[in-house]
Design a protein around this ligand. Sequence first.
Ligand SMILES: NC(=O)c1ccc[n+]([C@@H]2O[C@H](COP(=O)([O-])OP(=O)(O)OC[C@H]3O[C@@H](n4cnc5c(N)ncnc54)[C@H](OP(=O)(O)O)[C@@H]3O)[C@@H](O)[C@H]2O)c1
Length: 337
Amino acid sequence: MINVGVFGASGYTGFETIKILRQHPQVKLIFATSENSAGRNMSDIYPVAWDVPLVSSKTAPLDEVDAVFCCLPHAASMPTVRAARQSGVRVIDLSADFRLTNIATYEKWYSVPHTAPELLQEAAYGIPEINRPQIRETNLLANPGCYPTSIILALYPLLKAGLLNAQQPIIADSKSGLSGAGRKASLKTHFVEVNENLSPYNIGQKHRHIAEVSDIVNRFEGNGDNIIFSPHLVPISRGMLSTIYAGLNEDQSSPQLQTLYQEAYTGQPFMRILPDGQLATMAHTQNSNLCVISITTVTPRQLILCSSIDNLGKGAAGQAVQNFNIMFDIEETVGLI
Ligand SMILES: NC(=O)c1ccc[n+]([C@@H]2O[C@H](COP(=O)([O-])OP(=O)(O)OC[C@H]3O[C@@H](n4cnc5c(N)ncnc54)[C@H](OP(=O)(O)O)[C@@H]3O)[C@@H](O)[C@H]2O)c1
């Protein structure tokens, strides 16, 4: 058995991580943390029939675990990750604190100093379908953001083949369920504000996830400055759909693109490429770790990709457990659907 702890267990991604780990036959949950609800049980704060005691981060027994999932807000994650690494514990961090390789870029987008720069060297960005070898080796896994996961998985076959037209913007129009904003109440996520509504926010080049998508596009020698990103809040609990408009630098037919995508994701258990004519929807992936992509050819050089994930699944806790499985040499699909 692998002993694990979950920091931030009272939040949406922490709770989802624990729900998945409870189904995992090779995991023993040793601790789950909350600051505001320390001393209480999970059933006191979520309507569940099972239970896990909640403890404060300070009292979490790091010496009893092999790995921790850090489901904390950015900035709060850095000291916790450092303490875990100093105890020799392997970390899967769901925050943005170790995703960006450049400290100045992190500090620009997140408006806080990076307080654990020495750990960036050992951090590996982890989309399994792209970074599996690095994930296997790392002790500090930077779990990707939800929007970037949906966008990067849609672009990856084109980036790998060098087919994206660097002169043309990549336009990602993305929709997220409200759990993407976390459990803490705010006016933006108040029922009356969101119900029967659809709200764009931070559109253009203002959302933090732009930096993460750009970073990956640049790693493939694409033009990471050329991304336009328009996120929207949808009045549903969970789910994410990115509709991406991308230009190509050479003509491609629909069958050629189908083959390109099928081959890029051959043998990847959580990837589905829909046949020509079908479109990905949120319902394709809700409550799962799947990513489902559809490809629509507008002209031989202009595509519309629809990429569906569950923000709490492949966009957070599901992908975190998939990464954990790879790090601990466990069958990648264990515990996941
Ligand atoms: N929600 C998503 O769809 C999603 C997707 C991908 C990545 N992420 C990332 O995952 C992380 C967690 O997101 P979430 O949506 O689960 O957030 P959330 O629902 O707001 O939960 C945050 C958790 O962190 C704890 N916490 C807050 N401030 C803390 C501090 N200073 N020290 C220790 N613990 C603290 C909270 O505990 P208390 O009980 O004390 O409040 C709670 O357990 C974030 O970095 C987020 O960007 C989220």
